[in-house]
Design a protein around this ligand. Structure first.
Ligand SMILES: [Zn+2]
Length: 323
């Protein structure tokens, strides 16, 4: 019997990525195009379809060889109707994306939000495989999270389950893009590391951060601050310590609600590996999630490709249920 193949699409605010994925999460051919959402949704969807067909073409197959396609969307979706309800980065409201793309590709199309796609990738084929209950967190420009409960993605009544990034960590704290104050995202996204790093360039011009950034604050990234912390730079270490404490607090709060067997950490900041995970484990232990029932804290298997793989595997799952 031939291995079924699925198309996975990661629709981001800046790029659309597509890949051909097998049931184990391996990616065959893949491709990428700029999203340019200001062109309007019609053009974006047409481009997405062309990218998909291009990706198939490079693998030497056609849409008829694909069992289903899935799209991970940066926003709120109705996974049952395949409608994008609201995607602020794209300016989309009530777009029937599954129907429109399905027409162009002549195969069933499933939709979910990008955080759920990442969670599906890790749950089905990655670091959370074998766990019935898991929390998959992506630390990037924002803080995304997906929850696996009793072996299924938890979506909630309005598709808003797992909105960990907007849990209030510090009432009255920093103003978030969602208009609330003190959201976890303000303390645990990549910006929470880059911000203090940029300040350090000015306040500590002889420090390692300023040196590696060439004295230019706009060059400071979360990854640069992590690297400087690893090398023992005091300003970077202070930022890192604050960051891991705040993240540990947010994860502990989440763990108390869902009791995950494992917490999977992905995204740009997770590239620091054990340098991030070790203090997280220690600080979560100190918050008394330790001992019996403590979740394992591990790094994601799929980082930049979690969206592609997850969208494809969700499509496989949806096709399996209908078929
Ligand atoms: Zn918020």
């Amino acid at each position: 019997m031939k291995t079924p193949l699925y198309l996975g699409v990661d629709l981001g605010g800046t790029a659309i990525k597509a890949g051909l994925v097998d049931p184990q999460g391996h990616i065959g051919s893949e491709g990428e195009r700029p999203t340019l959402p200001e062109r309007g949704r019609r053009q974006v969807i047409r481009d997405m379809a062309a990218l998909c067909l291009d990706t198939l073409d490079r693998a030497g197959i056609t849409a008829a060889d694909v069992a289903a396609a899935g799209v991970g969307v940066p926003g709120r979706v109705d996974d049952r109707t395949g409608v994008v309800k609201w995607a602020p980065n794209l300016g989309w409201r009530d777009v029937p994306l599954a129907a429109l793309l399905g027409e162009a590709l002549s195969c069933p199309v499933a939709l979910d939000n990008d955080a759920n796609a990442a969670a599906a990738a890790e749950h089905i084929a990655g670091a959370a495989k074998g766990h019935e209950n898991a929390l998959v967190v992506t630390l990037g420009t924002g803080v995304g999270a997906g929850v696996v409960a009793h072996g299924r993605l938890l979506r909630g009544a309005h598709g808003l389950a797992g909105e960990l990034g907007h849990m209030t960590l510090y009432p009255g704290g920093a103003l978030c893009g969602c208009k609330n104050r003190g959201c976890l995202e303000m303390y645990a996204s990549a910006r929470a590391l880059a911000g203090p790093g940029q300040k350090a360039v000015i306040e500590d011009p002889d420090g390692l951060i300023a040196y590696l950034a060439g004295g230019r604050p706009e060059r400071v990234t979360a990854e640069l601050v992590a690297r400087c912390a690893e090398k023992g730079d005091p300003m970077a270490l202070a930022a890192w310590d604050r960051y891991t404490s705040d993240l540990a607090l947010g994860l502990t709060n989440a763990a108390r609600v869902i009791d995950p067997g494992v917490i999977v950490i992905g995204g740009g900041v997770a590239q620091a590996g054990e340098f991030l995970l070790r203090p997280l484990r220690q600080k979560m232990d100190a918050l008394r999630i330790g001992g019996a029932g403590a979740p394992g804290i591990v790094r994601a298997r799929f980082s930049a490709r979690a969206g592609i793989v997850g969208a494809a595997l969700l499509a496989a799952d949806a096709a399996g249920e209908k078929g």
